[in-house]
Design a protein. Sequence first.
Length: 335
Amino acid sequence: MTIAPFTIDIPRQTVDAIMAKVRAFEWPDAPEGGGWAYGTDLQTMKEFQNHWLQSYDWYAAQGAINRFPQFKARPLDLDIHFIHLRSASARRRPLIISHGWPGSIVEFLNVIEPLAHPEKFGGSAEDGFDVVVPSLPGYGFSQKPPKPVGPRTVARHFDALMTQVLGYSGYLAQGGDWGSSISGWMGYEGQGCKAVHLNMMGWLSPGVSFDTPEEQKAAQAFQASFEAEGAYFRLQSTKPLTLSYGLMDSPVGVAAWIVEKFKAWSDLDGGRLESVYTKDQLLTNIMVYLVTRTFGTSTWMYRGLFEDPGGAPIPLKSRVEKPVAVARVPVDLIP
């Protein structure tokens, strides 16, 4: 299969058009003293707008991504964009890292090189991985599917990418959010997947029972979290196109929709976004959606979850037989 080198090169007029809309945005009314209680905080978004216009440089961010080797390939019926950084290790341990929503490959820029070349960070070259970081279909620089696809379909694309396109006989799969579901499916039925690491638990199978106090407590915590933070899921899994009409022409609207999720789903010091993320990091992730016009198609995954052949979860009483590890972290959407 053909692997084509790829470099991000966004026309200046595209960026200028986005910035003009950021500059011209008309602010909504906000409840007095509401803060984040009613949605994304107004003052925070005004600070983002000012930084966006006065300090942020898309082309510096584009250059930071382009320092990694990028490619496009067609493992099945969609063109997949991916970063592929090989290690210096003779062990050849392939690792595919899958992002979710509202993330992108930008989330992994700080870990790709340490994983591939630990010898540059005080470690041993023999511990390096061949790191593959794909953009999900409908996200970033991967092809937009003609209709919604779910994590099972994406897992088949990524398994084919690793085995048929890149030629690895086996690989490790890591992911969070949608990447968690995708990695779970790769572990369940992927031809080359040897082990799975998740930083978010996936969806529960319908009819699953909670037999221990610990399981019951976890289920209650999930239900409470989803009641408070799950409105986006219900909208994006039912009427994603309606949401697109409102946000595809509003960069600030997209930013507000995404920033609120990073605020709610992150373990922040004192609730401050800047305790974990810089504005540049958040804006670069947002800009990937904007310059590729993929915010709308990125939300299709939620509808695709229910339209994928075989359904969303791994069938009840089935299990991933490969080794699986889970990092359970505080203040996640799914506790």
